[in-house]
Design a protein around this ligand. Structure first.
Ligand code: AP5
Ligand code: ZN
Ligand code: ZN
Length: 243
């Protein structure tokens, strides 16, 4: 499958991606993640992208089209992919169509994470990320809690949710402790402030909403009720993709 996830900041694109990816063995291509990695590594691309990202504005079309073109060529992406946060302008959508046409493929479905702006500030300001795995948590909606160890705070230690919840608490404990020892703290994104969110939302309404119409007119758009709890959104996604 070749899928696009589209939605405002905090609508749940990154949260749903691992589930979709595992269900269909797809590669997950998130322009935001790639750009943040480039900024952290201070590559020429990262240096160019940083200013716009810090302000919550979109990076130039040429830049993101370039990195996406590269990324989609990876062997692991040949069977299908999830595009998370791309395309975000109509120009990007047109360029993407051109790239896919050259490969003789096309997008199967565009999942639109529809949600009211008013919910997003709480989601964004409560988000915490485990840097090496990219897993996303939320202090209220998806806390990284381990039974019996509630006293271990999210900022102090950075442990993350069990991958295998059926493991007994005793078998888990050493693992939790080892995470504490390696001390990988959860981090917050620099652009996850109310002020920067405001300009990210502006960019979404002005530049990205037309992309939703672009795919709507192609008849491949599916609207998801993204204000529902994560698990319910996952089953909505599964419904759309199996139909
Ligand atoms: P990007 O990284 O793409 O950020 P974004 O679009 O603003 O989206 P987010 O990652 O903030 O939201 P998400 O939908 O993934 O939410 P999540 O699942 O984490 O882009 C960053 C910047 O890079 C842009 O501003 C731009 O500068 C640049 N850029 C990127 N792509 C570009 C492009 N194509 N063109 C130009 N520039 C580009 O969820 C958020 C929180 O809510 C989490 O804590 C989560 O646990 C919680 N949560 C998730 N789902 C639910 C739920 N159903 N109920 C309750 N809580 C939930
Ligand atoms: Zn994201
Ligand atoms: Zn709007």
């Amino acid at each position: 499958k070749r899928l696009i996830l589209i939605g405002p900041p905090g609508s749940g694109k990154g949260t749903q991606s691992p589930m979709i990816k595992d269900d269909y063995c797809l590669c997950h291509l998130a322009t935001g993640d790639m750009l943040r990695a480039a900024v952290a590594a201070k590559t020429p691309l990262g240096i160019k992208a940083k200013e716009a990202m810090d302000k919550g504005e979109l990076v130039s079309d040429d830049l993101v089209v370039g990195i996406m073109d590269e990324a989609m060529k990876k062997p692991s992406c040949q069977k299908g992919f999830i595009l998370d946060g791309f395309p975000r302008t109509v120009v990007q959508a047109q360029k993407l169509d051109e790239m896919l046409e050259k490969q003789g493929t096309k997008i199967d479905k565009v999942l639109n994470f529809a949600i009211d702006d008013s919910i997003l500030e709480e989601r964004i300001t409560g988000r915490w990320i485990h840097p090496s795995s990219g897993r996303t948590y939320h202090t209220k909606f998806a806390p990284p809690k381990v039974p019996g160890l509630d006293d271990v705070g999210i900022c102090k230690t950075g442990f993350f949710r069990p991958m295998r919840p059926w493991l007994s608490w005793q078998r888990w404990r050493p693992w939790v402790l080892s995470v504490q020892v390696t001390g990988e703290p959860l981090i917050q994104r620099k652009d996850d402030t109310p002020a920067v969110l405001k300009s990210r939302l502006e960019a979404f309404h002005r530049q990205t909403e037309p992309v939703i119409d672009y795919y709507g007119s192609k008849g491949i758009l599916a609207n998801l009720p993204a204000e529902k709890p994560p698990k319910e959104v996952t089953s909505e996604v599964q419904k759309v993709l199996s139909s």
